[in-house]
Design a protein around this ligand. Structure first.
Ligand code: NAI
Length: 308
């Protein structure tokens, strides 16, 4: 399994590190436009191999896509991250051009690749890749919901005073502060609905804290987060590499599912060797249906800013 990660910045390097440490890939290629940067990150990471006990070979490249040839999975993290006070949507101008060019270069050298889109505004970038590459829809996965769900579980465990491994929950909808739909009704602690333990008011607070999870970190860090994003991407890469058939909410191109069409937005999906193998349609209640519709309107508004 050969994995390419474009963008050797905070999220890309974190992703490469988690992929390597999990030891399921033979090779990771880090690629960046900044001269020597990917080579430096790759060398630094390789010098952790004997300490962390992995055999994955990590190499770096300054914009030479021939090095990425034959990749099974490629992750696109190239672009600019947000600064405190910015929305993800504000990044569209710069990132759209970068993502389009990078996706084209990747496919030229790896026609069978599965792409994982991370750059923000992620749902719109995923839609852009659909509209401009001609890749099959199962081969294009937007990463947002896996991260947002991890943040949801963190907040749930905190409120429940429970270990995170006892908690389950999912966030669907657009990957934005206003677009996320944390499914509090379906969240559980050891199979028991969390409403058995938490008041409606507390659950609403958990949902709100989840939605601004990225913004909270951006304020603390001065730039956007990288550990959890990198871990979330590596979990998707592993699900593909090991054909795990795990369910993650991912930005998927919809053709009628959830009453939505011509949009990429976060919905639960089975991830395995063929990429996004199946969209899972769950029964939403009326309030949840209204929220996902509203979320989709926001994503479509951002999509409207693309020059397709
Ligand atoms: P960063 O600034 O640390 O890294 C971005 C890297 O991309 C830089 O090293 C830069 O040189 C490189 N780059 C820029 N243009 C390029 C090109 N044309 N070709 C190759 N490399 C290029 O940023 P960070 O924090 O790693 O974030 C990356 C992106 O991921 C941002 O757009 C951020 O908003 C997004 N993000 C998305 C998340 C999600 O859940 N979908 C979570 C966290 C970040």
């Amino acid at each position: 399994m050969k994995v390419t990660v474009v963008g050797a910045g905070a999220v890309g390097a974190s992703c490469a590190e988690y992929v390597a440490i999990k030891n399921f890939a033979s090779e990771v290629v880090l690629l960046d436009i900044k001269e020597g940067y990917a080579e430096g990150k790759a060398m630094d990471l390789m010098q952790t191999a004997s300490l962390n006990g992995f055999d994955t070979k990590i190499t770096g490249s300054t914009n030479d896509y021939s090095k990425t040839a034959g990749s099974d999975v490629a992750v696109i993290t190239s672009g600019i991250p947000r600064k405190p006070g910015m929305t993800r949507e504000e990044l569209i101008g710069i990132n759209a051009g970068i993502v389009k060019e990078v996706a084209g270069n990747l496919i030229k050298h790896s026609p069978d690749v599965t792409l994982i889109v991370v750059s923000n505004p992620m749902d719109t970038m995923t839609y852009l890749v659909h509209k401009t590459t001609g890749l099959l829809k199962n081969k294009i996965i937007g990463m947002g919901g896996a991260l947002d769900s991890a943040r949801f579980k963190y907040r749930l465990a905190e409120a429940l005073e429970a270990p995170i491994s006892d908690v389950d929950g999912m966030v669907i909808g657009g990957h934005s502060d206003t677009g996320m739909v944390p499914l509090t009704r379906l969240a559980t602690r050891n199979s028991v609905p969390v409403s058995a333990f938490l008041s409606e008011e507390r659950l609403n607070q958990v949902a709100e804290d989840t939605k601004v999870g990225g913004a909270t970190l951006t304020k603390l860090l001065g730039t956007s987060a990288w550990y959890a994003p990198g871990a979330a991407v590596s979990a998707l890469v592993q699900a593909i590499a090991c054909d795990q058939k795990k369910i993650f909410p991912c930005s998927a191109f919809l053709e009628g599912e959830y009453g939505l069409s011509d949009i990429s937005i976060g919905v639960p999906a089975v991830i395995g060797k063929d990429g996004l193998e199946k969209i899972v349609e769950i029964q939403l209640d009326e309030a949840e249906k209204a929220k996902i519709q509203e979320s989709a309107e926001g994503v479509k508004k951002t999509n409207g800013l693309l020059e397709l």
